[in-house]
Each structure stands twice: as C-alpha cells, then as structure tokens.
Design a protein around this ligand. Structure first.
Ligand code: ADP
Ligand code: MG
Length: 558
C-alpha cells in the first residue's frame, strides 16, 4: 500500500500492513462491532436476566449480572467496541446503575441507524435526528418524572429493591434495602439552601465471607478486618489516640539493602544492635506522640512489634489504603508518612472494639459521621456479586435523596417516552424526522428485552404496553413475574430519574460517535471477516487489530 504516486494522485503514506475502510464499509463495520458488544449484555437485563461467567486469561472466575463488570472483564480490544464499553463506564461513574440499559440502548440506536443507512439516509441526518430526539427525551423525562419526599424511607427502599432485583443481593433485599437506606441517610448532610447531599465518602463497604448475606449489617464508624500484630497488645480502647501511618515500621531500606561483610561475631552483634536501635527509635517517636494505636498501611518488623507491645500500643499492619483514608474521615487526624515530624496534632481520636471470632476491629470516632456497611456472604463469589449489587443500589438511593425525582420502571418510562418521541417526530422536517422516529422505536428495546428475558412474548407485551399508554396510563410497565401490565410505580418498581437521563444521553453520544466515523485507517491488519452480515448476538465480527479476540478465554460461554 505504500506506493507513492505524485502528480494529482494522492500520496499514500501508510505502512505495509496498514488497511483502510471507507464510507459505508467503515460504518457497517463499526456498527456491527458496537452492536455485538451491546447485544452481549442484553440477556442480563432485568429481574429475570441471566448471569454471565467470565473467565480471565489468568483463570480467575467472575460470575455477575452487572453490565459494566461484564464489559470490563471481557477485555475487548476492538476500538469501536471499546466506545460502547465507555458508555457503560460513564454510566457507572455518573449514575452507578443502569449500565446494561445504557449499553443495550446504544446498540439498538445503531441497529436503527443501520436500517436508515440502508435506505440511503445520510449519517449526518441520522446524527442530527438522534440529537434532537435525545434532547426532547431529556425534557420529557422531566415532565414524566414524579417528585417524591427525599426522606421518605419507603420510596428509598423501593428504589434500592428495584436496583437489587435479579442480582445476588435479591434474596435478602428487604433487609439489605433497609440498611442501605439507613446508610445513605446517615451520611446525608443538609446544605444551607436546604438541599440534601449524601456524602458517600463517609460510607465504607467491607466484605466478609463465612456468613449469610442476611447477616450483613450497618455499623457506626469503620470496620478493619485485621488482627493485632502481637498477642500482648491491648485490643479494646476507649478515647484512644490513633496514628494513621502509610509507611512501614522497618529498618530503613537503604541500609537493609547494602551488602555487609562481617568478619567477627562482635561485628555481627553490633550490626544487629544498630538495626534494633533504629527500630527502637521509630517506636519511641510513635510513643512520644501519645499514640495508643497504629494503623499501618505497610509492614511492621517483628522487633518493632515487640517494642510496640511493650509500650502498650496496639498496632495493625497492612491496612488497606482505602481503609486508612476512611479512618481519617472517621477519626480525624492526618495520614502520616514521616515519623520524624510526627506530633500529637497528627493523631485521630476514637475507640476500638475487637471481635476475636470475626477477627475484626470496630472503630468509632468521637463525633463520628462515618458508617460502614459490613456485607457478608458464604463465599468470595457471593460476596463480590453482592457488593456489586449493593454499590449500584447505594448510588440510586443517593441519587433519589439528592434529586428527588423518580420514574416508573419495568419499561414504563421507555414506552411513554417512545410514544412522545414518535409524536414529536411529526413536527420535525426533512430526513431527520425518520431518525427521530427511529430513536423512539429504539427506546422500546428495554421493555422488549425485559419481556424476552422473562420468557414472555416481546411483541404481545409491547402491544399491551403501547395500548395502555395510549389510554393515558403513563406508568404502565411490565410485571415480569406475571406478564401483566401494571402501574409499576405503585407496584414498587421505582427508578431514579437521573440514571435514566444519563443512560439516554450517553447511549446517544456513543451511537453518534460511531456514526460520525466514515474512514478507518488501521496501522495493522484490518480483519473484515464476519462483517459481511450484520453481527447478530454472538456474531462478534472480527475487528481491527484482533477484533474481540480478547474474549478468547471465555470460550463459547456467552
Ligand atoms: P441495568 O444495568 O440497566 O440497571 P438491570 O439488570 O439492573 O440493568 O435491569 C434494570 C431494569 O429492570 C430496569 O428497566 C428496571 O425497571 C427493571 N426492573 C427491575 N425490577 C423490576 C421488577 N420487579 N419488575 C419489572 N422490571 C423491573
Ligand atoms: Mg440495575
């Protein structure tokens, strides 16, 4: 490809292996890749969605229902497909929940776009139409959303339960939703203007295996999953001064590394004494500051442990960095890196309580506003999936507390929006009109997939839902357990408005980003295998530079 022709001909300046795809080919290629990714998570949507088992190249296994986790673990290395993964990540960062919805909607928008491209509608018109429709949809969400009392625990519990339904957390959702709501309320502060702000930095999640999820609890302060480093240390402390240390209590590295030649036993003895002296000095500095307990992020030398025990100081080592940061919120004080400048001012204050059976410390600050959700489950897999479900639910509860607007779930809001967007399309001129209409149709993906995943007929369901909405039933959604059309808000299927707004805007942005590309220039070989046809579910097209080959370790499990 690197032939160079002058005189009126474009000069090709790409490498040997470089490949290029233009216009329709490029669009089709990209749309197929993006859709393949989006479709790979669809089967997890909703309460009856299935889980996926992801096996990494290192052999570690993750079983999850969480959209963003699936996409991240899939290790996708197709650039277009990665744009779709970014939709999930944006959604996770901005809203915490709704990642599957966002990604699946982006895929459906692209499917609709492909149909329009096939009818020779120019991508620019499609992009403009999608933009118009997306803006309108945001406005309509504002019109459809219902204001709720932000302190109304029942609503907040329903929001949490809706988010957890179908996840590992579901079995204990009543208990969990209560402690989640308590947790968010515990860290919510009222601003001067009366608005409520959940400050999630004051909320920490700890996990422990061995008991059931029903034994999960909300605790004031922090929970540190560590033992004392020495058995002669005190374990229960009141009004303790606490040192948060992010360096090791060990012999300084430079000296430990230096090679040493010892000629006599005396010299060896002297060397050992020097080391002990150094450790002694470090412990002395800690003792002089008045610390009763040391939370150390790194290691503590055996000899230093012994000295600390003698001083009556409790010490925990290898405390997680995030725990240390949380302890700072709970106890006050500073995170210290240098013992030479340590003073009593740097210390935090609180009480400690050791649970020897569970091997953890409960730590409370003096006027503590920090709380810890201690999640329990039988095994690592169970606890990990529980934690993912709980973090999503915490975010939507927090969002409801700060925003105060909710929507009817189970596809209700999507069907209502679709209806309104199609109405709006009539007022749009030109070919954009078709794109606006297509956007409306794409919104119906959520109820359709919810029905499909529940073993219901998606077409019948959609017909029922549409007719309910035409009769003015704004909150008519799908009861996935019975197949009936019900008022989902009344039925307790409640979603925060903010997450839906975010899902639609990031889905639209991603779809438009893919549609704007009309030229792919790849430095490496560009595989075209498989994108002659539309990439149906599982029909992942080979992409640029290895395509979705990164999913290798997953075999045919999807
Ligand atoms: P996401 O990653 O998009 O949050 P989920 O798998 O959590 O995906 O599914 C969310 C969808 O499931 C939402 O549309 C929500 O309204 C719906 N949903 C949750 N609980 C119920 C329920 N009990 N009945 C019907 N739909 C529900
Ligand atoms: Mg969810």
């Amino acid at each position: 490809m690197s032939q160079q022709r002058m005189r009126g001909q474009p000069m090709v300046i790409m490498g040997e292996d470089a490949q290029r795809m233009k216009d329709k080919d490029a669009q089709e290629h990209n749309i197929a890749a993006a859709r393949a990714v989006a479709e790979s998570v669809q089967s997890t949507l909703g309460p009856k969605g299935m889980d996926k088992m992801l096996v990494s190249s290192m052999g570690s296994v993750t079983v999850t229902n969480d959209g963003v986790t699936i996409l991240q673990e899939m290790d996708i290395d197709n650039p277009t497909a990665e744009m779709i993964v970014e939709v999930a990540e944006t959604q996770e960062d901005e809203a915490g929940d709704g990642t599957t919805t966002a990604v699946a909607t982006a895929g459906e928008l692209l499917k609709q776009a492909q149909d329009l491209l096939d009818q020779d509608i120019h991508p620019t018109a499609i992009i403009r139409g999608f933009d118009l429709a997306s803006k309108r949809a945001q406005e309509e969400i504002g019109n459809i959303a219902e204001d709720v009392d932000r302190q109304d625990e029942e609503i907040l519990r329903k929001v949490a339960e809706t988010s957890m339904t179908g996840k590992g957390a579901e079995l204990n959702k009543e208990h969990l939703s209560q402690i989640l709501v308590d947790a968010v309320q515990a860290v919510t502060v009222e601003a001067d203007d009366g608005s409520l702000i959940p400050d999630m930095e004051f909320l920490n999640i700890e996990t422990q295996t061995g008991r059931s999820a029903g034994d999960s609890e909300l605790l004031t302060g922090a929970v540190i999953d560590k033992d004392p480093v020495h058995e002669d240390m005190p374990t229960d402390l009141e009004d303790a001064d606490a040192l948060l240390l992010d360096r090791a209590i060990e012999v300084e590295e430079a000296e430990a590394d230096a090679s040493l030649s010892v000629d006599s036993p005396d010299q060896l003895q002297q060397f050992i004494e020097q080391e002990e002296q150094q450790l002694r000095e470090q412990v002395d500095k800690i003792a002089e500051s008045g610390a009763d307990v040391v939370f150390c992020q790194k290691g503590i030398d055996d000899m230093a442990q012994h000295y600390l025990a003698k001083e009556g100081i409790l010490a925990l080592r290898r405390v997680k960095k995030s725990d240390l940061q949380f302890l700072k919120e709970v106890l006050g004080g500073a995170i210290v890196s240098d013992l030479d400048t340590l003073t009593s001012e740097d210390l935090g204050r609180g009480s400690l309580d050791y649970d020897g059976d569970a091997e953890l410390f409960y730590v409370e600050g003096e006027d503590s506003h920090g709380v810890t959700l201690l999640l329990r489950g039988s095994t690592d897999h169970v606890v990990d999936e529980l934690e993912r479900g709980v973090t999503d639910a915490l975010d939507v509860v927090a969002s409801t507390v700060s925003d105060g607007r909710v929507l009817a779930g189970g596809g209700a809001v999507e069907v209502e929006l679709a209806d309104r967007i199609r109405d709006y399309a009539d007022s749009v001129e030109g070919r954009e009109q078709l794109a606006v209409e297509a956007f409306g149709d794409a919104l119906e993906l959520v109820p359709r997939v919810l029905a499909e995943n529940s073993g219901l007929d998606p077409i019948d369901t959609l017909v029922d839902l549409r007719s309910a909405h035409e009769n003015g039933d704004t909150r008519a959604g799908l009861n996935v357990f019975t197949g009936d059309v019900v008022d989902t808000l009344d039925a307790g299927v409640v979603e925060p408005a903010h997450a839906k707004e975010q899902a639609l805007s990031s889905a639209t942005e991603a779809a438009n980003l893919v549609l704007k590309i009309d030229d792919i220039i790849a430095a490496d070989e560009l595989s075209t295998e498989g994108d002659e046809e539309e990439g149906g579910p599982g029909g992942a097209p080979g992409g640029m530079g290895g395509g979705m080959g990164g999913m290798g370790g997953m075999g045919g499990m999807m």
